[in-house]
Design a protein around this ligand. Structure first.
Ligand code: SF4
Length: 169
């Protein structure tokens, strides 16, 4: 369930019979292949008449005219791994691990945009490693020069020692 709406986890998937049951107990009418951006999925589409008359429709789909459809990864194994990972993402432990990654995202983004980090300019791991080291050095130098040119303002209250040093007491 995401917010007040029914996300994929609210639907029970019966892989053997190729059916999906909605939170209202309605069983998906059509099960078929789906292709999105060159990747394979399975889509279960519910009966249009039933969906249009459903009392909880607003929690299920934003479409005014179409029935709810649920797209799934193409195999049961992949679907179960995805469901398991999504549950894991709700845990404190996962969020703490992700916070470490979130801290590096801005740095990666800066290097991808400024230094083309997504592509290697050279052949071979050793040379590619040199590119990565040089990119990291360029990033650090850029940040140092930016900071010297325009130090980020601090929102912290100045300490008594700062006040003594700057003569503002
Ligand atoms: S809108 Fe359709 S799929 Fe969603 S709960 Fe109602 S009957 Fe089930």
């Amino acid at each position: 369930m995401s917010g007040n709406g029914f996300d994929k986890s609210a639907f029970a998937v019966d892989w053997e019979n190729e059916q999906v049951a909605s939170p209202q107990g309605e069983v998906g009418g059509h099960w078929g292949p789906l292709r999105i951006s060159g990747l394979d999925y399975v889509q279960a589409t519910f009966d249009k008449t039933t969906c249009l008359a459903c009392p909880v429709r607003s929690q299920c789909t934003a479409s005014a005219t179409r029935p709810r459809a649920v797209s799934l990864l193409p195999t049961r194994e992949l679907h179960e791994i995805q469901a398991c990972n999504r549950l894991d993402q709700q845990t404190k432990d996962w969020q703490q691990r992700y916070a470490i990654r979130a801290g590096i995202e801005a740095t990666l983004s800066q290097n991808i945009r400024n230094c083309g980090l997504r592509r290697t300019r050279y052949r071979g791991l050793a040379r590619t490693h040199v590119q990565h080291v040089l990119t990291a050095m360029a990033c650090s130098l850029t940040r140092i020069t930016d900071w010297i040119a325009d130090p980020a303002p601090t929102h912290r209250r100045s300490t008594r020692l700062d006040a003594l040093c700057t003569g503002t007491t």
